[in-house]
Design a protein around this ligand. Structure first.
Ligand code: SF4
Ligand code: SF4
Length: 109
């Protein structure tokens, strides 16, 4: 891949698709958020459309509920240290069709 430099625009966290949770990830996020696993499962996860995995829920605008803004005004993840592997792998090892059109690293602005 051509040199990639994330501009922290947050667009990948607004992508309208599921942020899938791998086994054990929900437990780590629940512990990070100081809540029980049951609370986290009930309040912060949903089934993926194929009903085979859990995913994080979204805000009303479709963005991930953990998308936040840092002191420097750029996007950040409120659960950075325990974010799902899908997020860690984006975009090199996991991405979605035409992701470059959405990713700020490929924008001229
Ligand atoms: S968990 Fe963090 S990195 Fe992953 S989509 Fe949500 S805000 Fe973005
Ligand atoms: S869309 Fe691209 S530039 Fe924007 S935060 Fe995600 S990886 Fe970084």
């Amino acid at each position: 891949m051509k040199e990639f430099k994330c501009r922290r625009c947050g667009n990948c966290c607004r992508w309208p698709g599921a942020v899938k949770l791998e086994p054990g990830e929900a437990e780590k996020i629940a512990a990070f958020l100081n809540m029980t696993e049951v609370e986290f499962f009930d309040l912060h996860t949903r089934l993926t459309p194929d009903r085979r995995h859990l995913s994080l829920i979204e805000k009303d605008d479709g963005s991930c509920e953990y998308l936040s803004v840092a002191g420097d005004g750029l996007a950040c993840c409120a659960i950075e240290s325990v974010k799902p592997v899908q997020c860690r792998d984006f975009p090199e090892r996991w991405n979605f069709p035409d992701w470059q059109k959405l990713c700020g690293a490929f924008s001229d602005e």
